[in-house]
Design a protein around this ligand. Structure first.
Ligand code: ADP
Length: 238
C-alpha cells in the first residue's frame, strides 16, 4: 500500500483550479520530487497532503487513513518549507525539541531524541547555540532535524534548498539524500529545479496548470516524456 495516496484531488480558489483531478501514489520510503513551473500547483498539493487545505473533490490518505480524520497533532508529517523560521530566542536543542515538547514528551526522552537527530544531521555539540550563531547551511540542518524529530512517516519539503548558493545546495542535497535513506522516511520534495529532482528522487511527477502531466522513475520520464511540455520542461535540465 502507498504511504500517501492522492485520489482525484481537485482544489479550487474561486474560478481557478489550482489542482485538477490529481491522482498520485507515494510509496513507503520513497523519495518523490514534484516538479512544475511556478503556479502549477506544487505547494497547493503539499498543503492538501498536510491537511492544511481540504480539497473540493477527492481524498488524501496517509497510511490508509483519510488525512482530515486524523487530529493535527497525530498526523505523522514533518515539514520544511523555503521560509522555514527557527525561533531566534531558543537554542538549537530547544528549536529541535519543540515538536516533542508540544506533545508532552518527558524531558529525559526529549534530550535523548534531540541528541540523536542532531547527530544524524551532523550538528552534535551545537545544541546550546542560537540560530544567529549558525551558518545558513547549519540552520537548514536544524530545520531538517526539527522536521524529523517526532519520527514522522512522511516528510514534506517545499523548495527547502532554493535559498542556498549552488555549492551549499549540492552539499545539502547529498546530506538530505543520506538522511532520507538512513531514516527511510517517505519524502515528497517540491522543486522547480529539474536537475535537483533527477539527482535526488526515485520517482518524479510533473504538474502543469494543476494537472499531473506525467509521473514515474526519473530515467523513464526523462527518456520517454509523454508530451512536448514534459520534454521541454525536462530538457531545460541540460
Ligand atoms: P506552485 O507551488 O507550483 O508555484 P501554487 O500551488 O503555489 O503553485 O499555486 C497554484 C495556483 O493557485 C497559482 O495560480 C496560485 O496563484 C493559486 N493559489 C495558491 N494559493 C492560493 C490562495 N490561497 N488563494 C488563491 N489562489 C491561490
Amino acid at each position: 500500500m502507498a504511504e500517501v495516496s492522492v485520489r482525484g484531488v481537485t482544489m479550487r480558489f474561486g474560478e481557478l483550479k489550482a489542482l485538477d483531478d490529481v491522482t498520485l501514489d507515494f510509496v513507503d520510503g520513497g523519495f518523490f520530487a514534484l516538479l512544475g513551473p511556478s503556479g502549477s500547483g506544487k505547494t497547493t498539493l503539499l498543503r492538501v497532503i498536510a491537511g492544511f487545505l481540504f480539497p473540493d473533490e477527492g481524498e488524501v490518505r496517509i497510511a490508509g487513513q483519510p488525512v482530515e480524520r486524523v487530529p493535527v497533532e497525530k498526523r505523522e508529517i514533518g515539514m520544511m518549507f523555503q521560509n522555514y523560521a527557527l525561533f531566534p530566542n531558543l537554542t538549537v536543542a530547544e528549536n529541535v525539541g519543540f515538536g516533542l515538547r508540544v506533545r508532552h514528551v518527558d524531558r529525559a526522552e526529549e534530550r535523548r531524541r534531540v541528541g540523536e537527530v542532531l547527530e544524524l544531521v551532523q550538528l552534535e555539540g551545537l545544541g546550546r547555540r542560537r540560530p544567529k550563531e549558525l551558518s545558513g547551511g547549519q540552520r537548514q540542518r536544524v530545520a531538517l532535524a526539527r522536521a524529523i524529530v517526532t519520527n514522522p512517516k512522511v516528510l514534506l519539503l517545499d523548495e527547502p534548498l532554493s535559498a542556498l548558493d549552488k555549492a551549499l545546495r549540492v552539499d545539502m542535497q547529498i546530506e538530505l539524500k543520506r538522511i532520507q535513506r538512513e531514516v527511510g522516511i517517505t519524502t515528497i520534495f517540491v522543486t522547480h529545479d529539474q536537475e535537483e529532482a533527477l539527482t535526488l528522487a526515485d520517482r518524479i511527477g510533473i504538474l502543469r496548470d494543476g494537472r499531473l502531466v506525467q509521473a514515474g522513475p526519473p530515467r523513464e520520464v526523462y527518456n520517454a516524456p509523454v508530451d512536448s511540455f514534459a520534454a521541454r520542461f525536462l530538457g531545460e535540465a541540460n
